[in-house]
Design a protein around this ligand. Structure first.
Ligand code: 1PR
Length: 553
């Protein structure tokens, strides 16, 4: 194309590139999609946001002739920006379901992180970069945290050192970005690394990579010194994954039929008045936009009546996602009603279809509640992985980093540690009858039904079945503002090697530092205090920073 405002996008249809699209459009560029290998060769500038698994991506690229075109394009040093898998595919091969050959342009093998309690896999969240060689891009990124979400990574070596422009430390040093001439690729997600000073890092990339005028700088950027006041990256400092602060919006239709953000007390979302109406704390798109501005690291939407109202019938929720993802450039999670479903007309929808629709509408992760409980119960009974549960299917297709399991446990006190067949803990505060032990019973359907499985057992099983993260609620603490259930969060975050999001009960900034100091939670989520504007997200982060906890500011 001859137009200076066009970006060619290679989207082979494997997942959510909506955020990349939105980011490019937000910056005033036009997008031209690659349809044939020729479109790659004719591109003036090409963005390749890799999504999905390495093997299936390579498969598509090879079959369509795109692999060859990409190699030619990159070998000719044409302007290129690869994102995430778009970086990994440039290497010789990957261990992901493999070994599988890659494009072979950069020496090295993409391997899996070694997971442990300290270095949970997937590596999800904001981490800092260490500069490996001078690069204009990194000068702009500076000391800021950028968003990563991946389980595999390429490592720097003598063979690829002239490519490596930055590394990041997560157990080992891995390659965070590469650059050679016009060819750039990043393991992190510039389109999700939204920040105050540079709303969108992608701008800087596009700007630097392609060295052309930004057509339309969003008005609120003018004169904010975007390119002048950003510090240089730190040299050689071991980076640290920031603890995330997540704003959660429980969404449902109220009795008037409007989609509202609601908030329960121990999951009861109705006012205790004669009308008994659903509590209304605001509009979902508006609140999400507010939390993004307030520097929330992620935003979650839980469609809390999804268990009974089929979400694909619930188009407003998809609208909410679409609109939110146009202006919110941090990861979005959506949950509620993800399961196989047959509608009134007998039409069958697989959970994968439901999830796909959520991803297409702008979700980065989906969250499964009730259906994960059934899948775990089944697996414990049969010891067979059928691959058929929603959890397994979605994880297989989209990768485990895209699948959150939301647990809704209720504390059940018992006298002795062996009174039940489930994992018990000695509680910090004894129960109403002096009980010193408790187990945490999983529930389904928004806490309405207790199931014969504990949160501990569930967490371990869903990790095995392909969950990439656990959203750990606690019905007893929900909406109480008395702090997180430290006993529960410690129990679960010690039991698994995937990230755990602590949820339910935040009432003050100190509750956040407490949960990060006393447990291995990777993130903390709150709803009520943010909705009621009692404590803004910024205050939580300022407090964490003061307490010496790594956060993205
Ligand atoms: O079972 O797959 O359809 O998913 C339903 C989802 O909806 C689950 O993730 C479940 O947690 C959620 N959900 C169902 N009913 C409710 C309810 O409140 N009646 N909300 C509900 C869960 C808990 C958190 C809340 C935190 C923090 N809400 O989302 O935001 O407890 O609150 P706080 O900071 O105010 O204490 P499926």
């Amino acid at each position: 194309s001859s137009s200076g405002s066009v970006v060619t996008l290679l989207d082979y249809g494997a997942g959510n590139v909506r955020s990349v699209r939105n980011a490019i459009r937000y910056l005033g560029f036009e997008i031209e999609d690659v349809r044939t290998p020729k479109d790659i060769l004719n591109a003036d500038r090409l963005i390749f946001p890799g999504v999905g698994a390495f093997a299936s991506a390579m498969d598509v690229l090879t079959k369509t002739g795109m692999a060859e075109a990409l190699c030619t394009y990159i070998k000719n040093g044409r302007p290129f920006l690869g994102i995430c898998l778009g970086l990994q595919l440039l290497f010789e091969s990957s261990e992901e379901n493999g070994p599988v050959n890659g494009l072979g342009l950069i020496p090295g093998v993409v391997g899996r992180f070694n997971s442990s309690n300290d270095f949970r896999v997937p590596h999800i969240g904001w981490n800092a970069l260490q500069v490996a060689k001078d690069s204009e891009i990194l000068d702009d990124v500076g000391d800021h945290h950028v968003y990563f979400v991946h389980s595999y990574r390429a490592m720097p070596s003598d063979d690829n050192k002239e490519w490596v422009s930055s590394t990041c430390n997560y157990g080992d040093d891995f390659i965070a970005s590469i650059q050679r001439g016009n060819v750039h690729a990043v393991q992190f997600h510039p389109e999700k690394s939204g920040g105050k000073k540079f709303e969108l890092l992608i701008l800087i990339f596009v700007f630097t990579c392609f060295q052309f005028q930004i057509v339309q700088v969003p008005s609120h950027w003018h004169g904010n010194g975007l390119f002048t006041c950003i510090p240089k990256p730190t040299q050689g400092k071991a980076s640290k994954l920031a603890k995330r602060v997540i704003a959660c919006l429980d969404v449902r239709t109220n009795d008037k039929g409007d989609l509202v953000v609601t908030k329960g007390d121990q999951y009861d979302v109705r006012e205790h008045t004669k009308e008994n109406e659903v509590r209304n704390l605001g509009k979902p798109v508006e609140l999400a936009g507010q939390y993004y501005k307030d520097r929330a690291d992620e935003v979650s939407f839980l469609n809390i009546t999804g268990f009974r109202d089929f979400p694909l019938g619930d188009l407003p929720m998809l609208q909410v996602l679409r609109h939110t993802s146009e202006n919110v450039f941090v990861p979005l999670t959506v949950g509620g009603g993800i399961r196989d479903f047959t509608d009134a007309n007998g039409r069958y929808y697989s959970s994968l279809e439901v999830a796909s629709e959520y991803f297409r509408s702008g979700a980065d992760k989906i969250s499964i509640g009730s259906d994960a409980v059934y899948a775990a119960e089944e697996y414990i009974k049969t010891k067979v992985k059928t691959g058929k549960s929603s959890l397994e299917q979605i994880s297989n297709v989209y990768g485990n980093q895209a699948v959150v399991v939301s647990i809704d446990p209720r504390r059940v006190y018992v006298k002795g540690p062996n009174d039940v067949q489930f994992k018990t803990i000695r509680v910090t505060k004894p129960g109403p009858n002096g009980e010193e032990y408790a187990w945490y019973q999983c529930t389904v359907n928004g806490g309405r039904e207790g199931r014969p499985i504990g949160a501990y057992e569930l967490a371990k099983v869903v990790e095995e079945l392909g969950a990439g993260e656990i959203l750990l609620n606690c019905i007893d603490c929900d909406g109480q503002g008395k702090g997180f259930d430290i006993d529960l969060i410690k129990l679960i975050s010690d039991a698994v090697c995937i990230p755990v999001i602590a949820s339910s009960g935040a009432g003050a900034v100190e509750h956040f530092s407490e949960v990060f100091m006393k447990t291995n939670a990777s993130a903390a989520l709150a709803a009520g205090i943010f909705h009621r504007k009692e404590v803004p997200v910024q205050s939580v982060k300022a407090h964490l920073l003061k307490e010496g906890i790594e956060v993205r500011m």
